[in-house]
Design a protein around this ligand. Structure first.
Ligand code: ADP
Ligand code: MG
Length: 250
């Protein structure tokens, strides 16, 4: 297994956002994490990527323990992610956003930028090439020099995906990639996700749009009030009474 999660728990004071969750992610697959608002889905991602430290439980990634590994290290190990609300610099161009994100991840500092050696300038050139390659991959080359505030919501989602891909991840976590975009764009986005997987990246996504989940996911994990209430194939999940109850607020 690429990722093995055991008894994962995160409490915020009296509230248990993620409660004793066991899960696995198999290499080369698409796993969907679904559940009502407040179910603990984003917290689950924050725990895997190291933005939050678990209260209890463990996370193994390719055989190594990453339970308490901070975000820059999980990124270096090959886990990349997007956020539910895109963290983009609105005034900067699309390509600069991909570059800035890349630099933040590789931990280059402002001092590095001032005292740059020839080798570092070469690195910079490689970063540009990588950013261009990723923008081409997500279909945004034509918008490279446009400021982020001038592009659509869906294009912003693609920019965030390009940024996440710029570190060459093995595992990509997408937090609600289709939120706030229209049905046609959602279909386009689903085909982009399929293309990412065809290129060897394992994907785990949080989504609310059921048709998209049903067409994409190999495996679905359902969270409710922090606990895993069901998991299985789309077919199994669709007819699961616990899941239907959770969605109807029962
Ligand atoms: P989802 O992504 O499924 O909508 P979240 O993981 O964002 O759910 O949140 C799960 C629960 O944890 C919610 O009740 C939320 O209010 C709470 N929560 C999330 N982050 C924090 C935090 N940093 N501090 C306190 N409570 C939090
Ligand atoms: Mg969320």
């Amino acid at each position: 297994m690429m990722l093995t999660i055991n008894g994962l728990t995160k409490s915020f004071g009296g509230l248990t956002a993620v409660n004793e969750v066991d899960a696995v992610i198999e290499k080369g697959t698409i796993t969907a994490v679904i559940g009502p608002n407040g179910a603990g889905k984003s917290t689950f991602f924050h725990l895997i990527s190291g933005f939050h430290q678990p209260t209890k439980g463990s996370i193994q990634y390719n055989g190594s323990d990453i339970t308490k590994t901070p975000p820059h290290k999980t990124a270096a190990l090959g886990i990349s992610r997007t956020f539910q609300t895109t963290h983009l610099f609105e005034q900067s161009t699309v390509i600069d956003n991909v570059l800035i994100g890349h630099r933040v991840r590789t931990k280059a500092t402002i001092i590095d930028a001032i005292f740059r050696t020839k080798r570092e300038k070469n690195e910079e050139k490689k970063c540009y090439e990588k950013a261009r390659e990723m923008l081409d991959f997500v279909g945004l080359s034509h918008l490279e020099n446009n400021p982020v505030h001038s592009i659509t919501q869906e294009e912003q989602k693609r920019t965030a995906i390009a940024l996440a891909l710029a570190t060459d991840p093995e595992l990509l976590l997408l937090d609600e990639p289709a939120a706030g975009i229209n049905p046609d764009e959602t279909i386009e986005l689903a085909s982009l996700i399929k293309k990412i997987v065809r290129n060897g990246v394992t994907v785990c996504l949080i989504e609310h749009k059921m048709p998209m989940i049903m067409s994409l996911a190999d495996h679905i994990i359902v969270l409710n009030h922090g606990s895993k209430i069901a998991e299985g194939t789309p077919e199994e999940i669709k007819n699961n009474p616990e899941v239907i109850k959770a969605y109807l607020g029962g």
